[in-house]
Design a protein around this ligand. Structure first.
Ligand code: FES
Ligand SMILES: [Fe+2]
Length: 445
């Protein structure tokens, strides 16, 4: 009898299986995701390939590639990828030599002109062409043309201060993935926001929690009063509203921010030219799958998630600032800036510590207890239902060319679960509400 080497296909990759049914419901009938989604290494392996291997994954800040000599090494979906900048823009390649596959760079580094393989010293230009093969021609081969052996390209694009990469050719372009985010956040001039140099603040954490728990925790404010009593004084539950149009993201806004005497978020001046809504709000964008962005009028706190295993995630944390806010390049200016920003920086780190604690606890309960998933709270957890559907789609679709980017909320407040209608809707929602016919009173996803 012939032996089959085919692995059984897991239910979570089958479009027709019941695995995702509780997550595909409308939010008022939906449930949390199954414990395996967070704790099973088999799920994690499939997720690396099907979700991270086919999504637009945030891999860096554009500032990290500001110098043309810079080469970054990033991991996406279990693959190692090189990122660089040429005169024509950002480029990406698999981190593997076209001779016999050797890893070209172990970690971020500066290069002189070419990317050199350490094994037999084949050289590649920064745009990926094979430009030198030492001693290879000492016995020439008729079938060898260096033009056929350039580095394997990877799709790279950018938005605002972020660089994204995608391993999959069928995935829709980044602009489609982002949906209305570019328009929604146009007033911030986000392309110009950069980290401070030298940065007073960048840091890394490694919580013992699945990346999706960190994403979900960022995307809901149900936990605010109990996990973040200090934050809840400034960012009151009743001031939270939805901030969510078409696109692969979940969003909420706090309008107005800083509802009490604390001013931890407001130690720096606001960016120039913000409209009344942007100037009074904190925008919280969880961009699928791996970058969490908290945008305040004077700065943004950014977390890029790098999954390590089912139960472990690296959080790469950075602060970015609008033009004119970040410090002078001299040491004294940088010091002055760091001192002014310290209250805000400490505040974010304290809040993040509280989030890490609760996410680790959630991970332990799911991994060791594994209670069946419970119902989502429609007022607070619609963004999670939206996230679950994105996750289910990436895990089950045969081809991501078929991906349906979520439509988001309709204007007019009908579908906006949450607190009362936003008293200061962002410009895109205000414009849409004034021109849209009244929407029927049904839930959307
Ligand atoms: S493996 Fe890279 S030059 Fe041989
Ligand atoms: Fe939190």
């Amino acid at each position: 009898m012939a032996t089959s080497w085919t692995q059984p296909t897991a239910a979570w990759t089958q479009p027709e299986s019941e695995f995702w049914a509780p997550n595909r419901n409308a939010v008022d009938e939906s449930f949390a995701m199954a414990p395996a989604v967070y704790a099973d290494e088999g799920f994690f392996a499939d997720e690396q390939e099907r979700l991270f291997g086919r999504a637009w994954v945030c891999v860096a800040l554009t500032a990290e590639l500001a110098r043309p000599s810079r080469l970054l090494v990033r991991s996406i979906g279990g693959r190692s990828v090189l990122l660089a900048r040429t005169d024509d823009g950002l480029v990406g390649f698999l981190n593997s030599c076209r001779h016999r596959g050797t890893e070209l760079a172990e970690a971020d580094c500066d290069i002189a002109q070419t990317i050199r393989c350490p094994y037999h010293r084949w050289h590649y230009s920064v745009d990926g062409r094979l430009v030198a093969t030492p001693m290879f021609d000492s016995v020439p081969r008729d079938d060898f043309d260096p033009a056929d052996f350039g580095l394997v390209p990877v799709r790279v694009d950018s938005w605002g201060p972020f660089v994204f990469a995608c391993l999959n050719a069928d995935t829709p372009p980044l602009a489609q993935w982002l949906g209305d985010l570019d328009e929604r956040m146009a007033g911030y001039g986000f392309d110009e926001w950069q980290p401070a140099t030298p940065s007073p603040a960048d840091c890394t954490f490694e919580p013992a929690a699945n990346w999706k728990l960190i994403f979900e925790n960022f995307a809901e404010y149900y936990h605010l009063g109990w996990v973040h009593p200090e934050l809840a004084k400034m960012s009151r539950v009743e001031d939270h509203h939805r901030y969510q149009g078409p696109g692969m993201y979940c969003g909420q806004t706090t309008t107005p921010i800083s509802g009490d005497e604390r001013d931890d978020w407001l130690t720096l001046p606001a960016a120039d030219g913000l409209d009344a809504s942007d100037a009074a709000s904190g925008r919280f964008i969880a961009l699928f799958p791996n970058v969490l962005i908290a945008v305040l009028p004077s700065h943004a706190f950014v977390m890029r998630l790098e999954p390590v295993s089912a139960g472990r995630t690296i959080e790469h944390c950075s602060f970015v600032f609008p033009p004119g806010t970040s410090p002078a390049s001299d040491e004294a200016g940088a010091q002055q800036f760091a001192e002014a920003f310290e209250v805000t920086r400490r505040f974010w780190i304290d809040v993040n510590d509280e989030d890490i604690d609760i996410c680790e606890r959630a991970q332990r309960g799911i991994a060791r207890g594994g209670a069946p998933p419970g119902p989502l709270a429609p007022r607070f957890e619609e963004p999670l239902n939206r996230f679950h559907k994105m996750t289910a789609d990436l895990m089950t679709l045969e081809t991501v060319a078929e991906l349906a980017v979520p439509a988001g909320d309709r204007p007019g407040g009908i579908d906006l679960y949450g607190s009362d209608p936003n008293p200061m809707p962002p410009a895109t929602e205000a414009a849409a509400a004034s021109s849209a016919p009244e929407a029927p009173a049904t839930a959307t996803s």
